[in-house]
Design a protein around this ligand. Structure first.
Ligand code: SF4
Ligand SMILES: [Zn+2]
Ligand SMILES: [Zn+2]
Length: 304
């Protein structure tokens, strides 16, 4: 069956079953992202946006798109930050891809590493601490990204999170009854407004992972797209498989989870966002809900 819009040869089938050619798929994809940016006011005049990139396909597609979109807008600056956690067999390849992409797009890239910042690679931390690799990685990466973006004078940070990531987080928080964490999800992640916390925006919130994969392939946004060796060991991996299975049998499942979640999000924020409770670490000054942030606590364990 030809492309529904222009009768050319189709390259992608949407959830609705509608088939689109290369050009129509690209315009569907870009239109949906522009709509998300407009609807949620993600990009505004005067913004200096740090795009968190990993060298993976999601953040590579995001950076390519934002580079095009912001070039047409006045008074917007973007640059990229990559966190090198120190993961053997993964990070050196993806870092190389990120460097190449930034060079191709003419975007300045800043690299911050766990080794330099915390005195140790993630691979070594995993051996020393009795915690899952993704837990350790997440705590230190969040810490370092916020610090880097602030040092580089960004007023927003953009992430390549997609509909699959977000649907997984929604379900994980539901299964674990973690309403505090759920209240921090959404297209714009916000704890209280404070110059020390850089707000996070997710322009690809409504895009499915398979759409992003197709967009990367069709538009030659290439790379090795190697998977982290620690991925899949986590609880998230099980939720991902379950949702993928459901989506296959009941197309639209992930979009349904997101739309119902977004309807309840204002209530979650009202009831579970500890606005007053979020302070700043007495040791390093980064945002935290306790007296000392998780990164400082882990650092103490690491170097004890
Ligand atoms: S899979 Fe886990 S360890 Fe690997 S980069 Fe992601 S969060 Fe870090
Ligand atoms: Zn077409
Ligand atoms: Zn701290």
């Amino acid at each position: 069956m030809p492309c529904k819009k222009c009768l050319k040869e189709p390259v992608f089938a949407l959830i609705s079953g509608e088939k689109l050619c290369r050009k129509c798929f690209n315009s569907y994809f870009e239109r949906k992202i522009r709509k998300c940016i407009r609807q949620y006011g993600l990009i505004e005049k005067g913004d200096r946006i740090a795009v968190a990139i990993s060298g993976g396909k999601d953040s590579s597609v995001l950076l390519s798109l934002l580079s095009g979109i912001t070039r047409q807008m006045k008074n917007i600056e973007i640059f990229a930050i990559l966190i090198d956690e120190g993961i053997r067999g993964y990070r050196p390849f993806t870092k190389k891809d990120a460097v190449n992409l930034c060079k191709k797009l003419g975007i300045k890239l800043y690299v911050y590493s766990f080794k330099k910042e915390f005195g140790m690679d993630l691979d070594r931390m995993v051996k020393k601490l009795k915690k899952g690799p993704c837990t350790i990685c997440g705590i230190f990466r969040r810490y370092l990204l916020n610090k880097a973006a602030r040092e580089l004078r960004a007023n927003k940070m953009a992430f390549g999170h997609n509909a699959d990531d977000e649907a997984q987080s929604v379900v994980m928080n539901l299964f674990r009854s973690n309403n505090d964490a759920a209240a921090r999800l959404g297209v714009v992640n916000g704890i209280k407004k404070d110059a020390r916390f850089i707000p996070r925006i997710k322009p690809m919130y409504f895009m499915l992972e398979k759409e992003i994969t197709a967009y990367a392939f069709i538009n030659g946004i290439s790379g090795k797209f190697v998977e982290c060796p620690y991925a899949g060991s986590a609880y998230r991996g099980e939720i991902r498989n379950m949702l993928n299975d459901f989506e296959l049998r009941h197309p639209g499942t992930k979009a349904g989870i997101l739309s119902s979640f977004l309807e309840t999000l204002p209530l979650l924020k009202e009831n579970f966002m500890k606005e007053g409770g979020i302070g700043f670490c007495r040791k390093c000054g980064e945002p935290t809900s306790g007296e000392e942030c998780m990164a400082c606590r882990l650092l103490k364990e690491l170097h004890s």
